[in-house]
Design a protein around this ligand. Structure first.
Ligand SMILES: Cc1cc2nc3c(=O)[nH]c(=O)nc-3n(C[C@H](O)[C@H](O)[C@H](O)COP(=O)(O)OP(=O)(O)OC[C@H]3O[C@@H](n4cnc5c(N)ncnc54)[C@H](O)[C@@H]3O)c2cc1C
Length: 417
């Protein structure tokens, strides 16, 4: 029996689910959000908070497979695959491999640039509406020390520049002049001026509060077990009951494919686990702008009162425990940039872990399901979910209302796989 009915039920209380609920509500729909975890605690909370139009080259790019295979042999590398005989994981890797081509990069780069720049504009508007969540267009520096990574950064910068993104190529002196806090050896950097950062914890808290004020019911601690098409809409079953809605938006992050399977849908989304550690801002020598340390694949994000360090990508891994060897480079940077803190404060058991919902072509999966238009997907954002949350929410709301969409939805169509 149903005990609740809304126009639209959003499953997932991360950045994608909450942004979607926000834009649907603004378009006049009655919306409820169901979330297994409390809203400001999951993958959307402890991440690096970088807003990255710079990330125009998708993860599926030429050379990634060979580099990934080399890294697989190194237990301290920033990448690994949790090997298991899971047909969904194998299918995901196969599809990913097919997208690791220059042709795919040429196709995906302008799409990702357009999508993230649209989200940047929405972040400006949203902060004016719901209050300060630390959004600042600070720019972001990709810092390198070796020739290999200089070349890799140069190639990325070429692609971004051709798409009209504002970049500056800096030598060592110019890099240090812009960010005197850099501790490590560097030979240069690329500064992406369109990028910035948010405080993700504050963002989610503000968004949830604004949604409640706008009359959106957010139910936390609700573990959805299955979805079902009914004669008049969708039914969502939980351990304790059922909810009915005209439409369901599935925004359950890395868990979306499990729920999609209950309606017979094979959704290629895999977890890509990552870690972060957050420390108080030191009184002197704190970094001012976000950085990515290319060789170590470690992110450094100054947030109000704190600095967050992040990294590692473990494909197919749903285990929240932290591997001390892979966490070590993140801890070392926290030691280098942070105030003096006891070793215990930076121990692996103090680190946070979260799961990026990775799609095999590096583009999000957004839109109604063919053959069941009442089920809408909003997932697969991988490393860019915080960046792309608002534009995803706006796109879902535009499609639901039948208004002119904020971006062309075709590249994100779930039917492409
Ligand atoms: C270390 C790290 C650093 C990152 N840095 C950045 C960055 O700098 N910039 C950036 O843009 N992105 C970054 N990301 C990626 C970003 O965090 C994710 O892409 C984003 O959080 C995904 O948001 P989501 O809403 O899709 O999923 P989530 O935040 O994972 O939310 C999923 C929601 O679904 C709910 N749910 C799941 N299953 C069920 C169920 N059965 N029933 C009910 N509810 C359910 C969960 O409780 C949760 O509320 C980073 C990720 C990691 C791990």
């Amino acid at each position: 029996m149903s005990d609740n009915r809304s126009d639209i039920l959003v499953i997932g209380g991360g950045i994608v689910g909450l942004s979607t609920a926000w834009y649907l509500r603004r378009a006049g729909a009655s919306v409820a959000v169901l979330s297994r975890d409390p809203v400001a605690t999951g993958s959307s909370a402890g991440n690096a908070g970088m807003i990255v139009p710079s990330h125009v080259v998708p993860l599926s790019a030429p050379g990634v497979i060979s580099q990934g295979l080399r890294w697989l042999l190194n237990p301290a590398s920033p990448f690994y695959i949790k090997a298991r005989l899971d047909p969904d994981l194998l299918r995901w890797i196969w599809t990913f491999r097919a997208h690791c081509t220059s042709r795919h990069v040429a196709y995906a780069a302008p799409i990702l640039a357009g999508l993230s720049l649209a989200s940047v504009r929405l972040y400006d508007e949203l902060q004016d509406t719901i209050g300060d969540y630390g959004w600042l267009q600070t720019g972001l520096m990709m810092v390198y020390r070796s020739e290999k990574y200089r070349e890799e950064n140069e190639r990325g910068a070429d692609v971004a520049a051709a798409l009209g993104l504002r970049i500056r190529r800096l030598d060592e002196a110019a890099t240090r002049a812009i960010e005197p806090a850099i501790r490590s050896r560097v030979t240069g950097s690329v500064l992406y001026e369109d990028d910035g950062r948010v405080d993700p914890d504050a963002l989610l808290a503000r968004l949830a509060a604004a949604l409640r004020v706008a009359g959106v019911r957010i139910e936390e601690g609700v573990d959805v077990r299955s979805l079902e098409r009914t004669a008049s809409g969708m039914r969502v079953s939980t351990k304790v009951g059922a909810h009915e809605a005209d439409r369901v938006v599935l925004a359950a992050g890395a868990w979306s494919s499990r729920l999609a399977r209950t309606v017979g849908l094979r959704l290629p989304v895999q977890p890509a686990k990552g870690y972060s550690i957050t420390i108080p801002t030191p009184s002197e020598g704190a970094p001012r702008i976000p950085m990515i340390l290319s060789e170590d694949k470690v992110t450094v994000t100054p947030m109000p009162g704190r600095i967050r360090f992040g990294g590692t990508l473990a494909l197919g891994d749903f285990d929240p425990s932290v591997d001390p060897r892979r966490y070590a480079p993140i801890r070392d940077q926290a030691r280098a940039y942070g105030p003096e803190v006891p070793d215990a404060d930076l121990a692996a058991d103090r680190a946070w872990s979260g799961f990026r919902p990775a799609s095999p072509d590096g583009l999000p999966i957004v839109g109604p399901v063919r053959g069941n238009e009442r089920l809408v997907l909003a997932t697969g954002h991988g490393m860019m979910g915080i960046t792309l949350g608002p534009v995803t929410g706006r796109l879902v709301a535009d499609l639901a209302a039948g208004t002119s969409p904020v971006v062309d939805p075709a590249p994100f169509d779930p039917a492409r796989f």
